[in-house]
Design a protein around this ligand. Sequence first.
Ligand code: ATP
Ligand code: MG
Length: 325
Amino acid sequence: MTTTTEHPDSTSTGRTVLEASGLKKTYRMGSVPVQVLKDASIEVRDGEWLAILGASGSGKSTLLHLLGGLDLPDPDGGVVSHRGRTVSSLRGAGLNRYRNRDIGFVFQFYHLLPELSVLENAMLPCMVPPSRMRASLPLVSAAAGATIGALAGWFLGDVALPAADAATPTMLGVIAATWAVVGAALGVLCFQIIRVVVDRMRLKSDSSATETRRTLEDFGLLHRLKHRPSQLSGGERQRTAIARALGNEPRILLADEPTGNLDANTGREILDLLKKRHDSGLTIVMVTHDPKVAAYADRVVRIEDGRVLEDVPTEPGPRDHGQSS
Ligand SMILES: Nc1ncnc2c1ncn2[C@@H]1O[C@H](COP(=O)(O)OP(=O)(O)OP(=O)(O)O)[C@@H](O)[C@H]1O
Ligand SMILES: [Mg+2]
């Protein structure tokens, strides 16, 4: 899971791996359009750590979502390209591959699945997406359950009611329909139980589980593998989210305020983890509103009035002192 390429140098001018030009993004609040990105262009070079600074509401998350292919710019609102390929025109499997393999995304508010453990959350990107057939299984189970329920209802109504009050076809229909609903619910429930059991068995035997365990060990989470997100501290949740983002060994990590919800010490721990990965070759694009956090990066840009301004001088950071503050 660890990458092996040495990071060239903090002044790296590697080739461009991710680029956005002339991005426009407008949200609608009812009938009122709110243009967040007006003409945002940005270039990310191979092996660099780029920080995007900006005030709250300036459009940092919006820009990162567009870079990560999680949202689309306005029609005719610019282009995002990854290694020369236009991301904004990818669809279906191509887009999934980009989101799942080429980049890793750390969300501002973790977005861990509450019903899964630390290990299962971190393993999510390694799981094979369900085939079309498997995706339709809940519907098939519901239909099978409903049919069995309806037949059982009809049969029970027919034989169980005393002959004197023989059920009218309408009564039988109501009984059958009620049982069909119960049957459908039971069908879906059985399917879900079987799915969870099978997934857990697969997880235990999967070799990528070993890799994910190693990353989680690296991140100091080995003693928390079976915990649910609600049983974790903020820092542990963030480390789980970063481990998940690195699950498929992406070359680029997009991190949205990775320390935004953490105290200073925990924030430093997270930044040191990122620095270790960056030193091993990971390209990082990190959004933050905090100049001290931005100082970890090789290069800082600022987002203002819907545009990206280059070459913002920053206060001396850990890189300049050769240590993490
Ligand atoms: N889905 C949406 N619908 C309407 N407006 C939105 C939507 N998403 C974001 N916005 C608005 O767009 C603006 C930019 O949002 P964005 O989340 O990109 O800001 P940000 O720079 O990441 O802020 P923060 O530092 O607080 O996370 C905000 O004013 C926000 O209210
Ligand atoms: Mg944000």
